[in-house]
Design a protein around this ligand. Structure first.
Ligand code: HEC
Length: 179
């Protein structure tokens, strides 16, 4: 029995389970989502949407930065962005559009794509869908005071009139080197 255990350990050392970039990317996106959700939702339910709006305004970018390092960046983009910094950059436009079409054609089942940039850098895009809770700040009927405050903070806001299940945007996981 002992020999069996040892040989199994040897096999595992020789062939470690290497996560695919897709798995790694999904994990990184999930970690950012969890951290942002971990500050947004308690504020939303305890103090209301206005307080949560300010929390998101103050912390969303910082949280994305905290999940990025010199090897990989994690961010969120959208074809209808609230923060202009989150607009779809030109170099991702084609792939984003393809993901958007695939997401819509598959009724939201197809959510991931991976590809290499012209510089041979690995990128994952993971679609973000709209759920009921998002509608308070991104939906068709936003409370007047909240809508006013959104426009004060984001004069170029385009991130309204989404309905449930719409693709709201995407996580971008961008590795600085070829993988
Ligand atoms: C309390 C209001 C509020 C709620 C609820 C909310 N958001 Fe947002 N959302 C914001 C704000 C504010 C920003 C801009 C953050 C920034 O400055 O980067 C934003 C930005 C985003 C972005 C980045 C792209 C962009 O438009 O700037 C995505 C994607 C997004 N939200 C998706 C969602 C999803 C999905 C949900 C529901 C699960 C949700 N949001 C719920 C307020 C909200």
């Amino acid at each position: 029995m002992k020999i069996y255990v040892l040989s199994l350990a040897a096999v595992m050392t020789l062939a470690p389970a290497v996560a695919t970039t897709m798995e790694e990317g999904t994990k990184l996106a999930q970690a950012m989502k969890n951290e942002l959700g971990g500050v947004l939702w308690p504020t939303f339910y305890n103090e209301g949407p206005m307080a949560a709006l300010h929390t998101c305004h103050e912390q969303a970018q910082e949280i994305a930065d905290n999940h990025s390092n010199k090897n990989v960046t994690v961010s969120r983009i959208s074809h209808r962005s609230r923060n202009l910094d989150n607009a779809v950059p030109d170099y991702l436009a084609e792939q984003y559009q393809q993901l958007f079409d695939a997401y819509n054609d598959s009724n939201g089942n197809l959510t991931n794509t991976e590809f290499k940039t012209n510089n041979d850098e690995q990128v994952e895009l993971i679609a973000i869908s709209t759920s009921t809770q998002c509608l308070a700040c991104h939906g068709e009927s936003i409370d007047d005071a909240l809508a006013k405050e959104i426009l004060r903070l984001y004069p170029n806001d385009q991130a309204i009139n989404f309905v449930e299940e719409d693709m709201r945007g995407a996580f971008v996981i961008h590795w600085s080197q070829s993988r």
